[in-house]
Design a protein around this ligand. Sequence first.
Ligand code: ADP
Ligand code: ZN
Length: 223
Amino acid sequence: MAAHSPVLILLGPPGAGKGTQARMLEEDFGLVQLSTGDMLRAAVAAGTEAGKRAKAVMEAGQLVSDDIVLAILKDRMAQPDLSKGIILDGFPRTDGQAAALDGLLAANAQKVTAAISLEVDDEAMVGRVSGRYTCAKCGEGYHDEFKLPAHAGVCDKCGGTDMKRRADDNAETVRERLKAYHDQTAPLIAYYDGKGVLQKIDAMGSIGDIRKALGAIVGGVSA
Ligand code: ADP
Ligand code: ZN
């Protein structure tokens, strides 16, 4: 990654819209979404050693250990396609991960450009997460109530018809994930505020409104 490329972090509980918005920022700004959740799910699907260790933890709604997550993220960040900058989605999630990220970036004369906290009501997240599903082919996200494809069962983006739901997207596990967020991840809001890079946005509005609010922030720090 070039030294001046933006490094953006999306903070927010499960269901806040980090993944949806990160994909839109890819489209709007040419940034690359780095989702540790996606990377971990790929490791689980591939049956790697890390995936085997992560599977039960993820299904319980708890956080995978820092060593596993950091190993996976470092590998990904070493790849050559990140020149326009990155959006970290679901990382860092602990103070140890935040410190490790700072170290990783510093080694490349970089630092976090902005940490954007998507502010939402917890209770609404249970409904958002329980109703969501994605296109297996291209990863586009949908929701039973809030974002249906134009034609039922057919992906708007790629025409795929194989839709999948995550094993951890059920009401019970979401509550566990919300708890993990508040206990272990929410303290990072103050951490980034202390570094002067925190931005908060109201993420209870429509996907389009949030996209605009994020675009205004990201447009100011990229290009
Ligand atoms: P969400 O933000 O909706 O919970 P993610 O796809 O980001 O969804 O994460 C799903 C699960 O993957 C988490 O509940 C956790 O078990 C694991 N995970 C993802 N990213 C991390 C991380 N940075 N540190 C620890 N565990 C992680
Ligand atoms: Zn698709």
